[in-house]
Design a protein around this ligand. Structure first.
Ligand code: HEC
Length: 283
């Protein structure tokens, strides 16, 4: 009994010391440091170093007003170091895609993410399933004009809108549903009930693809994240600058999918006086 107690005290001390050590190294906002010793409220003190790295690697200015800095930092870590969300949700194209000119690591250059296209959506992944003769699409979808495989799958704009909420004003509940189950609330490519008469304008996806679900998006993996992690991602996505993308080609049948109302003349980013791209850049 006594020994157990001692072990408990010893481990508590080690934990506390560890937290103090990490607190000392946190460079990002003072409020993060203040909250670092805070227990409960889903915070895991083991995340402290991830929060710090998150602030270090965020490629855009962050608006922390009214936000939980701990979640923002952790969210940045998950989005930028783990989830590679911008690898797919960038609005950038060749040759540098999500990287800035001169900052393309695949060219041996020092990595720099392009803040102008950060998470604005628009990357085109082609059809959900490319045609495979005899396998996909079903026989009756091989039309005179060729196989009908549905519209291209294109990433969406994940930046906040004028409401300040993440992902174009999406609620946290919907966001969780998307990351866990791939629900497409916009329903922009439902499953075809029959082969389309005009394959050039049709937006449905041939069975067995379930058009209610987001394609390509790695939600089957994101499914296993904790509530706290998904909330952190949501908080981070509400702290990044709004981008109103009007130049990338939107998904077929959803012309406004990449558009995002940042609010008239409103700078959404952290520092409205800098020339950083926080506002409706493309209007
Ligand atoms: C492999 C590429 C890829 C990665 C990585 C990726 N996504 Fe996606 N995501 C997509 C595609 C493609 C779509 C649209 C799918 C469709 O239209 O069927 C999408 C859709 C979404 C949507 C739905 C948007 C809406 O308007 O309903 C959200 C939210 C989202 N992604 C968030 C994320 C987050 C957060 C991350 C990182 C943690 C991430 N994605 C990483 C490809 C990706």
């Amino acid at each position: 009994m006594k020994a157990q107690k001692l072990v408990k005290i010893a481990s508590a001390t080690v934990l506390t010391l560890g937290v103090i050590a990490l607190t000392g190294r946190l460079s990002a906002p003072p409020s993060v440091q203040a909250q670092d010793n805070h227990r409960g409220n889903h915070r895991d003190d083991g995340d402290a170093s991830l929060v710090r790295i998150g602030f270090e690697i965020a490629p855009v200015p962050l608006n922390l007003e009214g936000k939980d800095p701990w979640k923002v930092g952790l969210g940045s870590f998950l989005v930028n170091a783990v989830g590679d969300c911008n690898g797919c949700h960038t609005g950038g194209g060749p040759p540098n895609f999500n990287y800035a000119a001169g900052g393309n690591p695949y060219f041996g250059q020092p990595t720099k993410t392009d803040p102008n296209t950060y998470l604005e959506g628009g990357t085109d992944f082609g059809p959900a399933v490319p045609p495979v003769p005899g396998v996909y699409p079903p026989p009756d979808y091989w039309l005179a004009s060729g196989p009908y495989v549905g519209p291209d799958i294109i990433t969406r704009n994940l930046t906040p809108d004028k409401t300040g909420r993440a992902e174009g004003g999406r609620t946290l509940e919907q966001f969780k549903e998307i990351l866990r189950h791939g629900t497409d609330f916009d329903k922009i490519h439902l499953t075809c009930s029959e082969p389309p008469s005009d394959p050039t304008t049709a937006t449905c996806l041939p069975p067995p693809v379930d058009g209610n679900l987001l394609q390509v998006m790695p939600w089957p993996g994101f499914h296993s994240m904790t509530d706290h992690q998904i909330e952190a991602i949501y908080e981070y996505l509400s702290a990044i600058p709004c981008i109103d993308n009007t130049t990338s080609t939107p998904p077929r049948g959803a012309p406004n999918e990449l558009r995002n109302d940042c609010g008239v003349g409103q700078a959404v980013g952290a520092d409205s006086s800098s020339e950083a791209p926080h506002r409706a850049r493309r209007e």
